[in-house]
Design a protein around this ligand. Structure first.
Ligand code: GLA
Length: 693
């Protein structure tokens, strides 16, 4: 038997602790393919010919994707010898769920053999599943394996297989501690050739723009209902597509508010408690449009999911005031504001840090009177919010209840009231409150577990409520203590239901499915938040690199937006505002898709699993129709049928393709579509009751 030795890959230690594992950045490490050394092996095998042996650890693993850290050759994720249930293995690959490696075998494979299991150094809650798929067919799959489960032997036939996928799945409980080993993993090849790691199929699929170009005549978009608190400043830019100049008018507008007829921006003071039925109108040389807009003056904000942009997944700790101003400019120029994007939100890293590689971000956290200090990249925060407001947009900021934020910048601990006042004085309209270093404070408290989690959010919720501004409160604590059960009680308007989506964008379907489990808690003013929309160009964390195209196929990007909209998720784009192409804008700015997200009923989509790889997500809309997403998680196109029985519909029903904004005729019993690999088809089914637009 011959062993083809392909050298090794350079690996680095990356064992940092964070609530949310950050994945490997394939661009950060290079493969070091060394010379091929052929070692003449022993006897011929069952094939009657001498197979060539190629070890998995000898391949270039730079294209291997995984949920945290980087693949480790001949050692575990903890940089120890590979070990499963007390047995150590000399060679193999240590990886972390969700892990995927695509290989082109060119039909030259014979067998794949390995011993697989949870690495002994992984830690308590590890639970993973190994799966091997050949040309779309599952060839091998383990049960869910836990720490201490004995190694499972793999020995599968690869004859005629072209594309092989090796995966370590998360076992259904998230990816924390999910260290899996492909121990003694090797390919028997028919000829002197090695399996070739390849990019995930589908990534090169054409990026077709499905969203039709906006018509020249005006079309008013945006929510049909809008909450604000009496006596507070009111600001609303009527999201409207169509050729400018457009002249705006409104009937029924309370007299504490004034509409600028040229810009379509409504400003003033929120009127006294009550509901105000307003009709908004827009006219240009090509036509006109009208839309009803109900202002609800009372205690509740964010009656539809907040929409906007957040800097995190593009600029990380490189954010500056200039970049925030540019984002506001682009939000208007690109047409995003015309379909409802409104908030321009700074995330972490705008304050000072005790230490940071950028000296402009290092300095005292507060002045002598305890006032929070922005770092030198943010010379004029009030000027920034004024600028954002001048465009009719809103401004958001970020801090942590702990002494430091997640990235190590000054947090609000023991200065909560002063900071809440400061945020209001600076003119912010949104606060993301990120748990992070509060963990240490909570640990030392004697409170019962759940109250430890609730306490800091209840405090800030109350403080924000006391400010003379409407400030939307975004809870970011990764879903701990079933936050959806108490988030609204503490004044939250939306809450992250899980850890960071990070770069594990392969998980969008899983993340959306888990988020949907909490749909009972989705209602106007109270939203489940599965994290930001990362499409287009996104940044590389902790590097000075320029944003790069997101690692998602065109179909996945459409599915991402459709899943989030069906889930009534806050729609925060977090890609690069400086690099928006027609495709990205098409995905972000389809008013019919956004209307599903912004539907006034506020229902979170209900999931109906059809097979392990396909499901429907169904959302009842206020106009009596249903939005239905037919989703396919597999890597191959799949025919999916939504029957009227599944949807509780009867008789002939009109079906509309939402992305293409095209009617598909009426259907009697079901709707069937061929759904692209890792994609979705989004339709609206049913006759809409006549509703004021
Ligand atoms: C946490 C949050 C992210 C982001 C970073 C900032 O990881 O979940 O959304 O705000 O912190 O450091």
């Amino acid at each position: 038997m011959r062993t083809i030795q392909l050298g090794s890959t350079r690996v680095g230690s990356n064992d940092r602790c964070h609530p949310d594992p950050q994945p490997a950045s394939p661009t950060r490490w290079t493969s070091a393919l060394a010379a091929i050394v052929l070692l003449l092996g022993s006897a011929a095998d069952a094939f009657g010919a001498t197979p060539y042996v190629v070890r998995l650890d000898a391949l270039d693993l730079s294209l291997m994707r995984q949920g945290w850290g980087r693949p480790q050759t001949n050692r575990s994720m903890r940089l120890q010898p590979l070990s499963i249930a007390g047995k150590t293995f000399e060679y193999g690959v240590g990886t972390h769920a969700h892990s995927a490696l695509w290989l082109d075998l060119a039909g030259g494979g014979r067998r794949f053999q390995a011993q697989v299991g949870v690495d002994d150094a992984a830690g308590g809650t590890a639970s993973i599943q190994f799966r091997i798929t050949g040309d779309g067919k599952v060839l091998f799959q383990t049960e869910i394996l836990k720490a201490g489960s004995p190694a499972q032997a793999v020995d599968i036939d690869l004859t005629n297989v072209h594309t092989l996928l090796l995966e370590v799945l998360d076992g259904g409980n998230g990816v924390e501690f999910d260290h899996g080993n492909w121990a003694e993993a090797r390919f028997l090849m028919a000829a002197e050739q090695a399996p070739r790691p390849i990019r995930r199929p589908g990534l090169d699929e054409p990026r077709i723009v499905l969203t039709p170009k906006p018509a020249p005549a005006p079309r008013i978009n945006g929510p049909l209902v809008y909450g604000a608190r009496p006596g507070n400043p009111f600001l609303y830019r009527i999201p409207t597509q169509g050729e400018r100049p457009i002249t705006f008018s409104a009937t029924g507008l309370p007299d504490t508010l004034a509409l600028d007829t040229a810009s379509g921006i409504i400003r003033g003071t929120t009127p006294k408690r009550g509901e105000y039925a307003v009709t908004l109108r827009a006219r240009n040389a090509k036509g006109s449009d009208a839309r009803s807009f109900r202002i609800v003056s009372g205690d509740r904000l964010a009656l539809t999911p907040p929409m906007g942009w957040n800097h995190w997944y593009t600029h990380y700790d490189r954010v500056t005031e200039t970049l925030m101003r540019q984002a506001a400019d682009v939000m208007v120029q690109s047409g995003m504001a015309d379909v409802g994007y409104q908030y321009v939100n700074i995330d972490d890293c705008w304050m000072n840090a005790p230490k940071h590689s950028d000296p402009m971000r290092v300095g005292p956290g507060r002045d002598a009177s305890g006032n929070l200090l922005p770092n030198r990249h943010f010379p004029d925060l009030k000027g920034l919010t004024d600028y954002i407001h001048s465009k009719g947009l809103k401004a958001g900021t970020y801090t942590s209840p702990g002494p430091l934020t997640c990235a190590g910048f000054t947090g609000a601990w023991q200065f909560e009231a002063q900071d809440a006042r400061q945020f209001a004085a600076w003119g912010f309209d949104f606060l993301k409150y990120d748990w992070c270093s509060y963990g240490d404070i909570a640990k030392s408290s004697t409170d019962e577990e759940r109250s430890k989690l609730i306490k800091p959010y209840a405090l800030m919720g109350r403080l924000l409520r006391e400010q003379p501004r409407d400030i939307v409160f975004n809870l970011c604590q990764y879903g701990m203590g079933n936050v959806w059960e108490w988030g609204a009680e503490v004044g939250g308007h939306c809450w992250r239901t899980a850890g960071d989506l990070g770069f594990e964008l392969d998980r969008i379907f899983e993340v959306a499915l888990r988020n949907a489990e909490h749909r009972a808690w989705s209602r106007p003013g109270e939203w489940n938040d599965p994290d930001y929309i990362q499409i287009g160009y996104i940044g590389a964390a902790h590097e000075m690199g320029q944003p790069v195209p997101c690692p998602l196929s065109a179909s996945e990007q459409y599915a991402f937006m459709a899943l989030w909209s069906l889930s009534a998720a806050p729609l925060f784009f977090s890609g690069d505002m400086g690099n928006l192409d027609a495709f990205t804008l098409g995905v972000l700015c389809n008013p019919e898709v956004i209307a599903i997200d912004q539907d006034p009923l506020g229902q979170g989509g209900q999931v109906r699993e059809l097979s392990p790889e396909t499901f429907l997500m169904v959302k009842d809309l206020a106009d009596g129709t249903k939005a239905v997403g037919l989703f396919n998680r597999s890597y191959f196109p799949s025919k999916i049928t939504a029957t009227w029985e599944q949807l509780s519909l009867h008789g002939r029903q009109p079906v509309r393709d939402v992305w293409r904004q095209k009617d598909l005729g009426s259907h009697r019993h079901s709707f069937e579509a061929t759904v692209p690999a890792r994609g979705g088809v989004l339709v609206k089914i049913g006759k809409a009751a006549k509703m004021a637009r």
